[in-house]
Design a protein around this ligand. Structure first.
Ligand code: DWN
Length: 415
């Protein structure tokens, strides 16, 4: 790891519409790369840190970070996220696939292409039903895991150039899946233009992204990090896709990842009532106006202060504390609040690629979940709060022996 990573630069114009009157409303300080889990041999090297500031574009209501770290640095050199380590996420993906197969009448003549296909966690369900698939993902670990599963995968970043190449090869997608990737692309317009090029004339793109309104309303500030360049309202998404001749026709609102939208985009405009309802509600609530975000920074600081007070109180009484979920959001929470090994002894995580590494910045060691029962800390801080139900079920033995979880978001709570 070295700190010679050059930032691409500070955004002064909206990533979607190009407007220059961005309104900053939160700074999370200088943050390390949240998925750059530190190897033992790299411990002596400092973590590169970058300013993490967030702003609203009042013109198209896109919320976005101001600094851009090169995608190669984020998703090629330092990326250990494998979607298949969550049963809840796999079930969510499987239900998405079954719904698309039924609603679109997919079969052996169809083609499904997933952008940011990770380890094949979703495409495997199409493949098992005999439906031709193609994955696209630049991250070596996940892409190689997908190929090992028998999922054809291109280890590349998606954009206009790759879209045209595939189209010239005669590969137009009946369905394009793009889950938790739209937020990750610095060139939003290029990515969406690529979807328009690759999508078959009567095709549909099913796209999932965390919902900005849930982030703000539930104070999910730890989901703000350099991998996530953009944060979407329906208003911002509709404007973005319309710019490229695509219509946001339908949407579903799911609890996954703290609250996510699944939007369905097609060439022909056929806007459903639920889309109009969300657009109207966002207009009424003022998501395109700075006033909606004005108290967010204060709420974020209040969550940090309450959490620190709680953890320090436990430690002052001699209580031991661990954490669960070496998650990107966990890196943000720990580094923003300055929570280190003085408060947290270790972070448990099922992902074997993260174990025996250290959390970026705060350098708390990552261990297998079995360490929790072995060490029996009095409390476990749930960094992966978005998978609370699944993790609490999994950690039933720890809780039966008196262990308590601390859920930090939307407000610190002991359960
Ligand atoms: O956008 C992104 C979101 C969707 O996923 C990516 N850029 C990065 C990643 O963010 P994250 O790391 O915060 O996501 P998760 O899925 O909330 O991370 C959960 C962590 O907890 C993973 O490392 C897996 C781990 N885990 C576990 O150890 N035991 C998860 C479950 C459900 C478990 O039972």
């Amino acid at each position: 790891m070295n700190d010679s990573i050059a930032m691409t630069g500070v955004a002064t114009a909206c990533r979607s519409c190009g407007a220059s009157d961005l309104v900053p409303f939160l700074s999370l300080g200088r943050m390390p790369l949240v998925d750059a889990f530190v190897r033992e041999e790299d411990r002596a090297e400092p973590d590169p840190r970058f300013p993490l500031g967030v702003a609203l574009c009042p013109s198209c209501s896109l919320v976005q970070i101001l600094e851009t770290v090169p995608p190669e640095t984020l998703f090629v050199e330092n990326y250990h996220y494998f979607s298949s380590f969550s049963d809840a996420l796999l079930d969510h993906a499987r239900r998405n696939v079954e719904s698309l197969i039924a609603s679109r009448g997919l079969g052996a003549e169809s083609l499904v292409i997933e952008l940011a296909s990770n380890d094949g966690y979703l495409l495997q369900f199409f493949r098992d039903r005999g439906i031709p698939v193609l994955g696209i993902d630049p991250s070596p670990g996940p892409a190689e895991a997908a190929i090992a599963k028998g999922i054809p995968t291109l280890r590349e970043f998606f954009g206009v150039e790759l879209a045209w190449r595939l189209r010239r090869e005669g590969r137009r997608a009946d369905v394009i899946i793009a889950n938790n990737v739209l937020a990750h692309v610095p060139d939003l317009n290029g990515f969406v233009a690529g979807i328009g090029i690759l999508l078959a004339d009567d095709g549909v793109a099913a796209i999932e992204a965390p919902y900005l309104k849930d982030l703000i309303d539930r104070c999910e500030f730890d989901t703000i990090y350099h991998e996530h360049h953009s944060y979407f309202s329906v208003t911002a998404l509709s404007a973005l896709f319309r710019r490229h001749g695509l219509s946001l026709n339908r949407l579903e609102h799911h609890p996954i990842h703290g609250g996510s939208l699944r939007i369905f985009v097609e060439r022909r405009e056929n806007t459903s009532p639920i889309v109009r309802e969300y657009l109207a509600r966002e207009e009424a609530d003022g998501l395109a106006r700075p006033a909606y975000y004005r108290d967010f920074a204060a709420r974020v600081a209040s969550v940090r202060d309450d959490l620190l007070r709680l953890l320090r109180g436990i430690r002052a009484r001699g209580g031991r504390i661990a954490a669960y979920g070496a998650a990107a959001k966990g890196s943000v929470l720990l580094n923003y609040a300055g929570i280190g090994t003085d408060l947290i002894e270790f972070v448990a995580d099922r992902n074997i690629h993260k174990q025996w590494r250290y959390m970026p910045g705060v350098r708390i060691p990552i261990r297998a979940p079995e360490e929790i029962l072995r060490e029996m800390p009095a409390y476990v801080l749930l960094l992966a709060w978005n998978f609370k139900d699944e993790i609490l079920r999994q950690q039933a033995a720890y809780r039966e022996r008196g262990g308590r979880f601390i859920v930090p978001i939307p407000r610190p709570e002991i359960i």
